[in-house]
Design a binder for this molecule. Structure first.
Ligand code: BV8
Ligand code: ZN
Length: 296
């Protein structure tokens, strides 16, 4: 199949679409300064991200894995949503959605990212629209449209009692703060062996005091909200695939499943991806440029 690059044709499809899903990956946050997984040098201390994103890595070296995730927390806290996050967040606001997709009954952003930038983009919009509200309850229905299927960097999850709560503090604990400072001062010589922090000084569960872990989904762990996602994928008639190499399952199979039941697939990526061959639309370029242009 030869894909289309016609914005007008895409907008015609958008006008008819009823159940819209976005499947997003690290490319969505690239313009916010957060490295993707594929970028050479984007990996922390040249360690393979995927080798750290496993339960066995955490069990064998919780100090190293915590330092890796704490560093990513620090970077994500410094980052702001970019134009791509913002335009996708607008679709979570019913009045905005109706403007571009008058037939839309549902919209969901299924993100593989753990950086909270998509949630922040929606919260920023809610705050702007409800200026008189000083805070937002995190169960605002407009936030339900963002599904963080690989968990959240800022969730601290107990390894024992399962308690899980969001913690945006920086540093998360004194020992990780010291390790981060040391890392920054040795930035040039990344060969420095990471600090080895004793487990007692690593983040602890606020409920039971046992060792806590980052609230992200590691390889071979079950992604979040799988049943909800499967229902959405089953019903979707339009799928936007944004900034993902589509290498990790089950996220990598959603667009194909939507197409199999005659939904439309539009890929937004800076480079060709294997899924392009099957896509109905491909908008090649930075998503922070292409999404505002095409959805604009
Ligand atoms: C599960 C959270 C079962 C942590 C992540 C053998 C064969 C096939 C599959 C498997 C296998 N063995 C195991 C599996 C399953 C495995 C898997 O798929 N492995 C792959 C690697 C082979 N999957 C799992 O284990 C999943 N769990 O299957 O559980 C189960 C089911 C039920 C019950 C119990 C168990 C869980 C996987 C989740 C792992 N956690 N992240 C963390 O972040 O540290 S994965 C992580 O890597 C991301 O979340 C994401 O999913 C993936 C990276 O992919 P991308 O986001 O696409 O990023 P990438 O850098 O690759 O690409 C960036 C793209 O952006 C590029 O295309 C680039 O061109 C583009 N880009 C860059 N800049 C821009 C841009 N595009 C537009 N604009 C720009 N500006
Ligand atoms: Zn606990």
């Amino acid at each position: 199949m030869v894909f289309s690059t016609s914005v007008d044709d895409f907008r015609d499809v958008l006008k008819r679409s009823e159940n819209i899903v976005v499947v997003a990956g690290a490319g969505l946050s690239a313009a916010s300064g957060l490295p993707t997984f594929r970028e050479k040098g984007g990996l922390w201390r040249s360690l393979e991200t995927s080798s750290l994103a496993t339960p066995s890595s955490f069990n064998s070296d919780p100090s190293l894995v915590w330092q890796f995730y704490h560093h990513r927390r620090v970077k994500a806290l410094e980052a702001s949503p970019n134009a791509a996050h913002r335009v996708l967040a607008e679709l979570a606001i019913p009045s905005f959605l109706k403007a571009v997709a008058p037939a839309a009954k549902s919209y969901h952003l299924i993100t593989q990212n753990v950086d909270r930038l998509s949630v922040k983009a929606v919260m920023d919009l809610i705050n702007k629209s409800d200026m008189n509200r000083t805070s937002y309850d995190s169960d605002d229905p407009r936030l339900d449209s963002v599904i963080e299927m690989h968990g959240r960097l800022f969730d601290i999850q107990c390894t024992s009692c399962g308690h899980c709560e969001e913690d945006l503090s920086n540093p998360l604990c004194p020992a990780l703060g010291r390790a981060e400072e040391l890392r920054d001062s040795n930035a040039q010589t990344s060969k420095i062996k990471p600090e080895s922090i004793v487990v007692e000084e690593l983040p602890r569960c606020r409920q039971c005091g046992e060792l806590a872990r980052p609230g992200v989904v590691w390889f071979d762990e079950k992604p979040r909200k799988l049943d909800e996602i499967n229902n959405l994928v089953q019903r979707a008639d339009l799928c936007l695939v944004v900034g993902t190499s589509s290498t990790v399952r089950p996220a990598s199979g959603y667009a194909y499943r939507i197409q199999r039941h005659h939904g439309t697939v539009a890929v937004f990526n800076i480079e060709p991806t294997p899924g392009d061959a099957r896509a109905d639309f491909v908008f090649k370029g930075p998503c922070e440029v292409e999404l505002p242009r095409v959805l604009g």
